[in-house]
Design a binder for this molecule. Structure first.
Ligand SMILES: Cc1cc2nc3c(=O)[nH]c(=O)nc-3n(C[C@H](O)[C@H](O)[C@H](O)COP(=O)(O)O)c2cc1C
Length: 345
């Protein structure tokens, strides 16, 4: 990985420093770029909330080789991890995009690297249209989950139909992108939705034969609305701290959200997951699976498919070791009991 990270540091110059610890401190306010919005508090809160969780270590048990596999929304995963949807290589990751490293190459690297590890990658959306074009191309060749922005009017349903034609198991919508006022300025408005509007989107996605995921849930009340609207899964996420300053970290709000909707919807979560131990922590706090964002971008820019493959192989080895040393033989065994002192907050 260190070679890939060195290459990524050169290619991402001016967009991402590829810091030894990706915690949102060096890239405050760098949106576009890879940073967090405003003071960077939301990005940093993701990191700090996860770091505050302490694990009960034990090696006096019967577990020999943990089984990292799981099933979420009927989708089999070799571990409870996916690559988060990330779009916009040319304005977020690289000032000068070398040939062979554009949006399509990025999506290919992410989806193929995930596939090689028995997990799924997600694709992003936005303006300009080459972001969704790249997603569609990638999803034609590989399994994956497309995420569409909450476009106002017909564009939302047109885009859902476009990605549904690739026959993904699920389609997501990052409802928190409704805060991207820049898109309205660019003449491509996105919008918040009430429960009835969300239910319409869920119904449309279901009619296409796909599960529906809503991403950007940060309160139990919103999680309950998502469940009532017929969503199959939520993603507890503050969008990597890129949408609203001063939100809590995902790990802070996850336990209360999980308590509210466990059994009604699948619960995904993301925000500053950097290691397999972080994966274990979010699962213990209530996630069925977690999404990883920026480290995947660094791996894809620095090493393409090989970089992403290597990253997730490393995460899997770390996750397995963390399961072993907390006495978890399978993903179902990962409960709040492995957290020292109960929930961190
Ligand atoms: C450069 C960048 C672009 C992103 N684009 C999207 C997107 O198109 N759709 C989406 O749902 N989330 C998007 N996200 C948010 C990620 O899916 C994810 O929620 C976040 O990055 C997780 O935090 P982490 O990067 O600290 O792991 C983006 C994040 C970054 C850093």
């Amino acid at each position: 990985m260190s070679e890939y990270r060195t290459t990524a540091r050169e290619r991402m110059k001016g967009r991402c420093r590829v810091c030894p610890v990706c915690n949102g401190k060096a890239c405050v306010g760098e949106v576009p770029g890879m940073g967090g919005l405003g003071t960077g508090a939301s990005f940093q809160n993701n990191f700090e909330a996860l770091a505050a969780v302490r694990l009960n270590m034990t090696a006096l048990h019967d577990v020999k080789v943990p089984d990292t596999a799981t099933t979420v929304m009927g989708i089999d995963l070799a571990m409870p991890v996916m690559a988060a949807p990330i779009g916009g290589v040319c304005f977020n990751m690289m000032a000068d995009v070398p040939k062979g490293h554009g949006e399509e190459d990025y999506v290919e690297a992410v989806l193929a690297g995930c596939e090689a590890n028995g997990i799924l990658g997600c694709t992003g959306d936005g303006v300009p249209p080459f972001i969704i074009d790249a997603a569609v191309r990638g999803l034609t060749a590989h399994k994956g989950i497309p995420f569409i922005k909450p476009w106002e009017g017909a564009e939302l349903f047109e885009k859902i139909d476009r990605v549904a034609a690739c026959k993904p198991a699920a389609i997501g919508m990052d409802i928190d992108a409704a805060g991207l006022v820049t898109l309205r300025v660019m003449g491509r408005p996105v919008t918040p939705m009430n429960t009835a509007e969300l239910a319409q989107v869920a119904k449309h996605v279901h009619e296409k034969g796909c599960k529906f995921i809503v991403k950007g849930i940060m309160t139990p009340a919103d999680a309950e609305k998502a469940a009532r609207a017929g969503c199959d899964a939520i993603v507890v996420s503050n969008h990597g701290g890129r949408i609203l300053d001063h939100t809590p970290g995902a790990a802070e709000v996850l336990p209360a959200i999980a308590a509210a909707v466990r059994g009604k919807v699948a619960i995904l979560a993301d925000g500053a997951v950097r290691t397999g131990t972080d994966v274990l922590k979010l699962v213990a706090l209530g996630a069925d699976a977690v999404l990883i964002g920026r480290p995947v971008s660094v791996a894809a820019v620095g090493g393409g498919t090989d970089g992403v493959t290597e990253l997730f192989a490393t995460i899997k080895a770390q996750f397995s070791q963390a399961m072993l040393l907390t006495g978890c033989g399978c993903v179902r065994d990962i409960t709040p009991s492995i957290i020292h002192g109960g929930f961190a907050r």
